[in-house]
Design a protein around this ligand. Structure first.
Ligand code: HEM
Length: 112
């Protein structure tokens, strides 16, 4: 399950960057397709995350880890939506990056 989880978010980050570049370059059709595939990977991340969540002892930092994981996904969507509308996305990028780093750090330091 951890393998699926890690593979899913690594692929999702790559797809996210590709979707950002395509959206910025106004390649609307490919951008839409990549965004749809990206959303499919959100489901893999959340699905494998939930399974891990039920595997572990619910006492420790897993609630926060899971919440941060969901927020990473939320900010990817906010960045993409912002670019599409031509709004500034700096704050979303910063929050995305900080929360992503915190999520990966927590994931690897939590005892699983
Ligand atoms: C893009 C978002 C996410 C990233 C980057 C991420 C990252 C990670 C990493 C690095 C691990 C450690 C894997 C290991 O120990 O081998 C992990 C484990 C875990 N993740 Fe995620 N995750 C994300 C989303 C989620 C979501 C949405 C949930 C819950 C619904 C979740 C729940 C968990 C749980 C319960 C674990 C097991 C904790 C442990 O390592 O002991 N994650 N995640």
């Amino acid at each position: 399950m951890t393998h699926l989880h890690i593979t899913s978010w690594v692929v999702a980050i790559i797809l996210f960057i590709v979707a950002v570049l395509l959206t910025k370059n106004k390649n609307e059709k490919p951008a839409k397709i990549v965004s749809m595939i990206l959303r499919l990977f959100y489901l893999f991340i959340i699905g494998s995350g939930i399974q891990l969540y039920f595997l572990v002892d619910p006492s420790s930092g897993y609630h926060i880890k899971a919440l941060l994981g969901v927020l990473v996904i939320v900010f990817m969507e906010l960045v993409l939506a912002g670019i599409k509308r031509g709004k500034s996305t700096t704050i979303y990028w910063i929050l995305w990056f900080v929360i992503l780093a915190a999520t990966i750090y927590m994931g690897f330091t939590l005892p699983l």
